[in-house]
Design a protein around this ligand. Structure first.
Ligand SMILES: O=C(O)CCC(=O)C(=O)O
Length: 251
């Protein structure tokens, strides 16, 4: 038994686990400082495919930044530290750090995250991958906390279809079965708390209905080194999507 044994057991059984205070308050102060610096220094130079807004004409509606670890050494160092060590334990092999994302749902503007399985986007064989989601704000039902369908990682890939949600282009077509509703778990969180889910676990989030509170988080995606990416299919899809979003004036 070690400090992670319980977390590993929950992750394997339920398809997700919640780890309170994974980052402490001192670490959070540094992360907030570096995040503000990242926004100032990098956002003006990033390609449109790396930064998404709820409304492209309103900078305050910033909703997502992609691949922060590729653009800044602080964030690659952050990803390669505690999160990577935990990912190795949970996936049971060496891992590849793929994507460190910033997520926000700005007050009243942040839209719902459609129900999905990350594996559908990742296109991996075997689908040995996970996502970590670390709260930066107090997160609850009002501002759009993450919800998981417990045990859904055991039931295969559900059919997905196109959504109109920027950053989450695919959603489960037949979501909302009796089983989905019965097994859904609402995950409230405080700053520094970490949620981790398997790439096959169904999850979603409601819109932010708070008039004042943002709903910010950092997401860390790791692939197990045994997971083979269908790189051609992934690039083709990414390209098609970016062309579509550019034509629609969304990015
Ligand atoms: O931030 C959210 O609403 C959901 C994030 C998510 O779905 C993911 O990281 O896979």
């Amino acid at each position: 038994m070690d400090e992670n044994s319980e977390a590993i057991a929950s992750y394997q059984r339920d398809g997700f686990v919640s780890i309170p205070a994974f980052f402490n308050s001192e670490e959070l102060v540094t992360i907030e400082f570096e995040l503000a610096r990242f926004k100032r220094e990098h956002i003006p130079t990033l390609e449109s495919s790396e930064v998404f807004y709820e409304d492209i004409d309103h900078p305050e509606s910033l909703k997502q930044i992609q691949r922060m670890q590729q653009h800044d050494p602080f964030f690659s160092g952050l990803m390669n530290g505690k999160p990577q060590r935990l990912a190795e334990r949970l996936l049971g092999e060496n891992v590849v750090p793929k994507n460190l994302q910033y997520f926000n749902k700005p007050p009243l503007l942040g839209r719902a995250t459609p129900p999905h399985q990350d594996g559908y986007y990742f296109m991996l064989e075997p689908c040995n991958a996970l996502t970590m989601w670390m709260a930066l704000d107090v997160v609850d039902e009002e501002n759009g906390c993450v919800r998981y369908v417990r045990g859904s990682h055991e039931n295969g890939m559900r059919p997905h279809n196109r959504t109109q949600t920027l950053g989450f282009s695919q959603g489960i077509a037949d979501f909302g079965t009796v089983e989905d509703s019965a097994n859904e778990v609402v995950c409230r969180a405080h700053p520094g708390d970490l949620l981790v889910h398997q790439a096959m676990t169904i999850h979603r989030a409601e819109a932010n209905s708070s008039p004042t509170r943002s709903r910010r988080a950092l997401g860390f995606i790791f692939y197990g080194e045994s997971a083979r990416e269908d790189a051609e299919a992934y690039q083709a899809y990414k390209q098609k999507l970016e062309t579509e979003l550019t034509a629609a004036g969304k990015i």
